[in-house]
Design a protein around this ligand. Structure first.
Ligand code: GUN
Length: 300
């Protein structure tokens, strides 16, 4: 049965409806997975790993499993104690790399301090790296090729596509975040779409002088601890008609009500970038499954 939401625009009343876009993309991913499973048999599987006790990690990983189940992806999980050594974690990943029933491996970040993130990400088979963080996938992103691409930046790019901002020639994107998960990969995604890109961070002087130039402003500061804390991005920091993307969770960076009066479009928190991140993970899982099955199928 057709869903009435299928007809509705993604940007409604100036608000980019991340949940609505997610729902559509997830329906496509589900249909694609059904076709792939019919062809190859054996459903795709996401294997997640958490090491230690980061408070957000359990919740985020539960959401990833639930979303996977809804599109026909199995999942399993390894919950490892804080005392796990780097060697033990690499050994576990080696086994998962060799296990043909595992489609995607996701090590939830952050890791405890005694474990080197780079070594762990580098240990994951790039074909199973559904986060898009491994050296091969970052290299492909760098050169503008097809790749398993970091989920949050990819979700942001798809949101921009959904409002018709595909070719960003002549647009200035200002990203307030330089993390390896969001800011850095987003630079390449936006550059590949011809945007002029500026990256700001905690050491940037006079942040408003940059944000006021942005046609696309992406903010991922994420230091507000409650809805009563002051906002980092206030209306006076935003150019008239800008597209404003708030990556911070669970409390957004952007003064939504005031910025809405100035921006042409903006994302809410919750219901904006968050659902898109998980959706792009599902899309990466479908891509990884197809690539793995196709590389093992014998040519006719
Ligand atoms: N921690 C916060 N965001 C992410 C993500 O997208 N992937 C992983 N693996 N860990 C995270």
């Amino acid at each position: 049965m057709a869903d009435e939401n299928d007809e509705k625009p993604i940007c409604e009343d100036g608000v980019i409806m991340g949940r609505r876009l997610s729902k559509r993309v997830r329906a496509d991913v589900k249909a694609r997975i059904e076709r792939l499973v019919e062809k190859y048999g054996g459903p795709p599987k996401l294997t997640t790993i958490i090491v230690g006790e980061d408070p957000g990690s359990q919740m985020y990983v539960r959401s990833k499993h639930k979303a996977s189940a809804n599109v026909g992806i199995l999942s399993d999980h390894h919950d490892l104690p804080e005392s796990t050594t780097q060697e033990e974690l690499v050994q576990l990943i080696d086994g998962l790399n060799r296990d043909p029933s595992v489609t995607g491996i996701l090590v939830q970040l952050p890791l405890p301090k005694h474990i080197d993130e780079k070594t762990i990400i580098g240990a994951i088979d790039p074909l199973k790296d559904v986060d898009g963080f491994s050296p091969r996938n970052i290299y492909r992103l760098f050169y503008g090729g097809e790749t398993l691409s970091a989920a949050t930046p990819h979700g942001i790019a798809l949101m921009l596509d959904s409002i018709g901002w595909n070719d960003l020639s002549g647009k200035h994107a200002v990203i307030v975040n330089r993390s390896t998960i969001v800011g850095k990969p987003l630079v390449f995604l936006l550059l590949n779409r011809n945007a002029t890109v500026t990256v700001c961070h905690s050491k940037t002087k006079d942040l408003p002088s940059f944000t006021r130039q942005a046609d696309i402003l992406v903010s991922g500061i994420g230091r507000r601890t409650s809805d009563d804390d002051p906002f980092f991005i206030t209306a006076d920091m935003v150019k008239e008609g800008a597209v404003v993307i708030d990556v911070a969770t669970p409390h957004g960076d952007v003064d939504f009500e005031q910025v809405k009066l100035k921006a042409s479009c903006l994302t809410p928190v919750p219901g904006g970038v968050g659902p898109m991140t998980i959706t792009m993970l599902l899309q990466n899982l479908a891509d990884a499954y197809a690539a793995q099955k196709e590389s093992h199928s014998t040519p006719h």
